[in-house]
Design a protein around this ligand. Structure first.
Ligand code: ATP
Length: 331
């Protein structure tokens, strides 16, 4: 588990001080993949670097693997950090060492013997699909392969937690997908808890179980994706299912219905038209697979005011659907 409680961090002092993290509370459960999203400057890097105390917070506590890191001595912290792997946007590989050498490097600090280092490096390179590249240097690798080495290095010392700092931001969409698949595989097979930061909602959709939205150093929403998508007004849910700006339609009401779990395959719109005699138009729809289930949002236009469409909206809500009125035009 990763737990941040009331964590604050500022840079600089006086009027020019920047509050990068502002009383952040964050809970990442064991074995889950948790994504933190936010705009540039929101504090994502500061947050993830705080988790292993690469950045020491001004106040608050950070607990990882049941140890409160903020209370440890430097020597104790060095030991705990070995149980926290980290991967980076620009891979941070040593160009003077081979692929295997880069992975072995992570084991040198643990005091493992040479033969054991080699055995473990080869084992982990096999896991990330890079056995054939063990003897080559990083410059001879593609971006995706470099990140696989980064992952192998991060996993070499058997961490319980993996931190991912924009690990796919420098990769093309297909390579991103393959790296995210690998992250999902190691999460499942090794039971690893993963905390990642990203500015790409697609990464969250593809791989995360839970997410948080960071804004100007504050967590404004967090929770499992399946809960967020059925929370009225959730900004993360809107970003997961973007439908663009709401158009103005004179004399009609625009609603959005969120589908999740079993509701995704019900003929809701057909029933709405039939039961209420309404000419419903579909203005937009987006469906994704979240947590193995179909979920999505549909934007509908219903003729008349929201008051006039009330019976239809109540009917949808009584079926357990999340319905939000997002636009109401006057004639
Ligand atoms: N070492 C530093 N010295 C001064 N200010 C810093 C430092 N590191 C971060 N900041 C400031 O703290 C705020 C949060 O930065 P941070 O890098 O954590 O944001 P971010 O969400 O990761 O942004 P990006 O997506 O652009 O990397 C920003 O205003 C940034 O300028």
């Amino acid at each position: 588990m990763i737990s941040l409680q009331n964590v604050s961090k500022s840079f600089g002092s006086g009027p020019s001080a920047v509050i990068a993290l502002d009383r952040v509370d964050l809970e990442v459960a064991d074995g889950e993949i948790f994504g933190v999203v936010g705009q540039s400057g929101a504090g994502k890097s500061t947050l993830i670097r705080s988790v292993n105390l690469l950045e020491r917070p001004d106040s608050g506590t950070i607990t990882v693997n049941e140890r409160e890191l903020t209370s440890l001595s430097d020597a104790e912290l060095r030991v705990e950090r070995r149980r926290i792997g980290m991967i980076f946007q620009h891979f941070n590989l040593l160009s003077s060492r081979t692929v295997r050498g880069n992975v072995e490097l992570a084991l040198e600090v643990t005091g493992a013997e040479r033969r054991e280092r080699r055995r473990r490096a080869d084992e982990i390179l096999d896991l990330v699909g890079l056995t054939a590249k063990a003897g080559v240097y990083p410059t001879q690798l593609s971006g995706g392969q470099k990140q696989r080495v980064g992952i192998a290095r991060a996993l070499a010392a058997n961490p319980r937690v993996l931190l991912s700092d924009e690990a796919t931001s420098a990769l093309d969409p297909e390579t991103t997908r393959s790296i995210l698949e690998l992250v999902r595989t190691i999460n499942r097979e090794l039971g690893l808890t993963v905390l990642l930061i990203t500015h790409e909602m697609d990464v969250v959709k593809t791989v995360c179980d839970s997410a948080a939205l960071l804004e100007a150093g504050r967590i404004v929403e967090q929770g499992p994706l399946v809960s967020l998508i059925s929370t009225a007004g959730s900004r993360l849910a809107r970003d997961l299912f973007p439908l663009g700006p709401v158009p103005r339609h004179a004399g009609s009401t625009v609603i959005e219905i969120t589908f999740s779990g079993g509701s995704a395959d019900r003929p809701v719109i057909a029933q709405l038209s039939r039961n209420h005699g309404l000419d419903v138009s579909i203005l937009g729809a987006v469906i994704e697979t979240i947590g193995g289930n179909q979920a999505g949002r549909t934007r509908l236009q219903i003729p008349g005011s929201a008051a006039g469409a009330r019976a239809a909206i109540d009917d949808l809500r009584s079926q357990g659907l999340l319905v939000e009125v997002v636009g109401e035009g006057n004639r």
